[in-house]
Write a protein that binds this ligand. Structure first.
Ligand SMILES: O=P(O)(O)O[C@H]1O[C@H](CO)[C@@H](O)[C@H]1O
Ligand SMILES: Nc1nc2[nH]cnc2c(=O)[nH]1
Length: 319
């Protein structure tokens, strides 16, 4: 310990003085030790080690209903956890078994527009990693930019465009603790390719292959929905769906070497013409989530069963 701060390795040096200075610069981020306190609290309440994590998107909290013998812990009772403030995000961790696998579901996520910095939005991912989670399923509600996408379709995320990152806003910004991951993590294979292939096969077997696409997700800070000009720009950049989450979670999960699978439920078709008079709204987003909950539950349960039957540990080429 130096100056009351753990003498951790930052950028290859171990120096508590540097840590203290950077902490002042970047605010009081979660240290590894602090997150261990959160993990300790949870471990005292859950007797098994989760290997699968699921982040439930807006209106998709019912995915947690698939868990057998659930143990629900409200975020508000967990040390150092932020709290959910958005409708459609209940705000609790639910532990149980999904397709026989020990799982933790985040019933509610944290968004940048709630006022949380990105590193705080992503804190639960590191907690899940420390609890033992190796495979993370990230779900979200998103607007469809690709003209072939219809409301209620599912987009398997094959890649993302980190718009907030272009401006230097990244959950990994600031001192890097190598116990979580490397300073410069690669992101070109951020989404497990084998799990995407398996999900497409599950969709075929369920007879919904025409409602399933593979595409590129992008995240804006929100909370407003986009202007027509912004949406047309995002389309030109190559984005197929737009939301206000997921990208920073994927970055944090890859940083700490988790296998990531993500999908978007297309809850609205983005309005890309000035002549149109329909407007997106959050109620509609939540309603579509409810309408598709049966399909999504079946997809997630069957996919997880097959991921572990097939022993998928890394979808990265050459690993
Ligand atoms: O990404 P999730 O949390 O699913 O929610 C999406 O839906 C909300 C807007 O209706 C935004 O929070 C957007 O990000
Ligand atoms: N940014 C954004 N987020 C969404 N979440 C659900 N629909 C949308 C949308 O159209 N835009």
């Amino acid at each position: 310990m130096v100056n009351g701060y753990p003498n951790i390795k930052i950028n290859g040096t171990t120096n508590g003085h540097i840590h203290k200075a950077l902490e002042t610069e970047y605010g009081h981020r979660y240290t590894y030790e602090l997150l261990l306190e959160t993990v300790h609290y949870i471990r005292n309440r859950v007797s098994f080690t989760p290997v699968v994590g699921v982040i439930c998107g807006s209106g998709l909290g019912s995915l947690a209903d698939c868990l057998v013998n659930p143990i629900e812990i409200p975020y508000s009772t967990i040390p150092h956890f932020p709290t959910s403030t958005v409708k459609g995000h209940v705000g609790s961790l639910v532990f149980g078994h999904l397709s026989g696998l020990p799982t933790v579901c985040m019933k509610g996520r944290f968004h940048y527009y709630e006022g949380y910095p990105l590193w705080k939005c992503c804190m639960p991912i590191r907690v899940m990693k420390l609890l033992g989670v190796s495979h993370l399923i990230i779900t979200n509600a998103a607007g469809g930019l690709n003209p072939s996408y219809k409301v209620g379709d599912i987009m398997l995320v094959k890649d993302h465009i980190n718009i907030m990152g272009f401006a230097g806003n990244n959950p990994l910004q600031g001192p890097n603790d190598e116990r979580f991951g490397p300073r410069f993590p690669p992101m070109n294979q951020a989404y497990n390719r084998d799990i995407i292939q398996l999900a497409k096969k599950v969709g075929e077997d369920m007879g919904v292959e025409n409602r399933i696409h593979e595409g590129v997700y992008t995240c804006l800070g929100g909370p407003n929905f986009e202007t027509v000009a912004e949406l047309n720009m995002l389309k030109m950049l190559g984005a197929d769906a737009v939301g206000m989450s997921t990208v920073h979670e994927v970055i944090t999960a890859n940083h700490c070497d988790m296998e990531v699978f993500a999908f978007s439920l297309i809850t609205n078709e983005c309005v890309v013409q000035y002549e149109a008079n329909n407007e997106p709204n959050h109620e509609e987003v939540i309603d579509v989530g409810k309408q598709r909950e049966g399909l999504l539950k079946q997809l997630v349960s069957e996919l997880l069963k097959r991921v572990f039957e097939n022993g998928i540990t890394s979808g990265k080429i050459g690993k």
